[in-house]
Write a protein that binds this ligand. Structure first.
Ligand SMILES: *Cc1c(COP(=O)(O)O)cnc(C)c1O
Length: 409
């Protein structure tokens, strides 16, 4: 036998394992130090009462033959798909039917698996820096070419740099720069890690580009609940023409705190067809039905509860809690003289490393001098070099303590 060669490049799994190792080594050498972790994008607040109640009720149903549930329907239970269509789309004036919604165990698996329904030689474009799963899963599928060490880039990937000059917003790929047109364009808005978000106008440009070039936009809306500004769209289907060019990913992880519960969904509209007229929805349905056995009934009932009036209030409470941290980080770092962005429509703060330090130099410096863990920007793409991500997902007390330590440097 022979291992899949595309799986042997470990560059992708490098970031968080390296952080973990460095922090463990530091703690071992300095057992008396209290380390504050504002590195990984995981929530810390407990599940809210409405969700707990829904989980309990659904669990109790499993105890009786009349209400017991086995395998869930492939694409999800109607009660959840209807609630999603109604609340996330119809209420926003977006034309998405329950049939176009595929319930899953989360946006990480969907964002990683969605590339399977596209041709092997598809060219991908990614915002840079961005959530590493998009590139890594295409590396594992052999689509990215070879890695250029000097540029820190994959030869076949089109990068859309997000820099201070463009306000950390990706621009539609310019044709003459690379001569390539992307088949798949990955966008994450609000973005992890920069915390920036595309305006309606900016997103419309991507939609128009994709329709003109027969590209597909894979739109990751995992942080949609954190949007606070009115000109930021909550869904790509708010843009005209998105039904013919966009797939949208959602997660219950960052809004309702389901990182350990596991629930998400993906929208593939009927109108999304390939150049031969193949409906991409049917391919995703096949993939879903063949390789996935449905999100659990109990979790789907919890997801339904997220859309109840009480559930929505509780989500608002969680989002506000984390966004208070974001404000504390933004203002604290600004006072301390850092150049910072993000933190308005997303629970991520993006800061420029001081004194020309590289992202990893600043990581070591912050760990050593303040005992605070963040994430080096270079781990999210070449344009992240010289930047650093802090998350607002800590507790108020930890966040406050971390900022005071940083201010004291
Ligand atoms: C956290 C995160 C996800 C993962 O969501 P799950 O539903 O927990 O798998 C997806 N996309 C982005 C950009 C994220 O930051």
């Amino acid at each position: 036998m022979k291992a899949n060669p595309h799986y042997l490049d470990l560059r992708g799994s490098y970031l968080f394992s390296t952080i973990g190792k460095k922090v463990a080594a530091y703690q071992k050498e300095n057992p008396d130090k209290t380390i504050i972790r504002l590195g990984i994008g995981d929530v810390t607040q407990p599940l809210t009462p409405t969700i707990i109640e829904a989980l309990h009720m659904a669990t109790d149903e499993m105890a009786h033959a009349e209400t017991f549930r086995g395998y869930a329907p492939d694409l999800g239970y109607d009660f959840l798909r209807n609630a999603i269509a109604e609340n996330d789309y119809m209420k926003r004036g977006c034309d998405i039917a329950p049939d176009e919604i595929f319930v899953s165990d989360g946006a990480k698996s969907d964002s990683g698996n969605i590339q399977e329904i596209f041709a092997e030689d598809s060219v991908i474009a990614v915002a840079d820096p961005v959530y590493p799963v998009y590139v890594d899963t295409n590396i594992m599928s052999g689509r990215c070419g070879s890695f250029d060490e000097s540029k820190e880039q994959w030869s076949k990937v089109i990068y859309m740099p997000c820099t201070a000059e463009n306000g950390f917003s990706p621009q539609v790929p310019s044709e003459d720069a690379s001569g390539k047109t992307p088949d798949l364009i990955y966008l994450c808005s609000p973005n992890n890690p920069t915390g920036s978000a595309l305006t309606r106008e900016q997103l419309q440009k991507f939609v128009d580009y994709a329709n003109a070039h027969h590209s597909v936009i894979i739109y990751d809306a995992a942080y949609e609940a954190y949007i606070s500004e009115p000109d930021i769209p909550h869904s790509i289907y708010e843009c005209k023409g998105a039904r013919t060019c966009a797939i949208e990913l959602h997660s219950f992880s960052k809004n309702a705190g389901f990182t350990g519960v596991r629930l998400g969904y993906t929208v593939v509209p009927y109108d999304l067809v390939d150049e031969n007229g193949v409906q991409m929805r049917t391919l995703w349905a096949r993939r879903h039905g063949t390789k996935f056995n449905g999100a659990p009934y109990i979790q789907q009932r919890a997801g339904e509860a997220v859309y109840s009036p009480e559930g929505q209030k509780e989500v608002q409470g969680l989002v506000s809690y984390y966004m208070e941290n974001a404000k504390m980080i933004l203002e604290g770092l600004r006072d301390a003289g850092f150049t910072v962005s993000g933190g308005i429509n997303a629970p991520y703060i993006w800061l420029k490393t001081p004194d020309g330090m590289t992202s990893w130099e600043f990581f070591d410096y912050l760990l050593d001098k303040a005992n605070v863990v963040g994430t080096p920007g270079s781990g999210f793409g070449p344009s992240g070099e010289g930047y650093f991500r802090l998350t607002a997902f800590g507790s108020h007390a930890n966040t406050k303590a971390a900022i005071e330590r940083i201010k004291g440097l």
